[in-house]
Design a binder for this molecule. Sequence first.
Ligand code: ADP
Ligand code: MG
Length: 250
Amino acid sequence: MLRTVSATRYVTPLREGGSLPALVEASDDGLYVTKLRGAGQGPKALVAEVICGELARALGLPVPELALVDLPVELSHAEPDPEIQELLQASAGLNLGLDFLPGALPYTPVGRVQPTPEQAADIVWFDTWTENVDRTPRNPNLVVWHGAPWLIDHGAALYRQHQPDGLGGGGGRFPLSAQHVLLPVAASIADADGRLRPRVDRALLERVVGLVPTDWLGDVPAALYVEDLLARLDGDRPWVAGAEEARTGA
Ligand SMILES: Nc1ncnc2c1ncn2[C@@H]1O[C@H](COP(=O)(O)OP(=O)(O)O)[C@@H](O)[C@H]1O
Ligand SMILES: [Mg+2]
């Protein structure tokens, strides 16, 4: 189970990305970057955040703690900006919070803090498996905190969930891994596959998909996420070869 906290104060919108996440103070005095259910991307973006955030964590990648943030409708009443008031109203109830990393800075490819080549390869492998379209130089969705890179924003992963009958078959290659921000500093993706593939099984997938509040799934059965991510790990996995070819320029 993800922890649930109750929002007590809307602090500010984070305007960097498109989804207008909220910085929210909660009942445990913590600050949470909160992905709102009523934002344009819809609840499926929150589904991807939960599944991919917890899968990344299970694979040893650094991700801020996730919690469910219960938003009382009263919080919207105090909000003067009509755009934000509407967003908060549409999001009353459960939303997804990421522990706010104070003082985190954006990751840049020329910065001093870089992942090790193996860690970069693990992240490329992970984003290729989960089909995350959003870890590019233009939009790295990595922050630097306490001298290390941290993964944020998995809302655009699992993108086939937005297509009718998109999930189930596991998809194929993922050409966008050629544009992954960490590909230039990554070690072998085939070796990353050897490290990470054995760490994923059905029980892990069922556990992380089980963390998603059922309401967010809409008419997509939870089991389809499990089957799709497992199917992607079966057989010859052309997406691994594709990422490795992109890395070596083969
Ligand atoms: N856990 C966090 N701690 C600190 N800052 C964060 C955290 N999560 C996101 N941010 C900041 O907020 C910005 C927007 O968050 P992000 O999750 O990328 O949302 P969007 O969907 O808008 O792209 C990020 O670029 C980053 O600067
Ligand atoms: Mg983002």
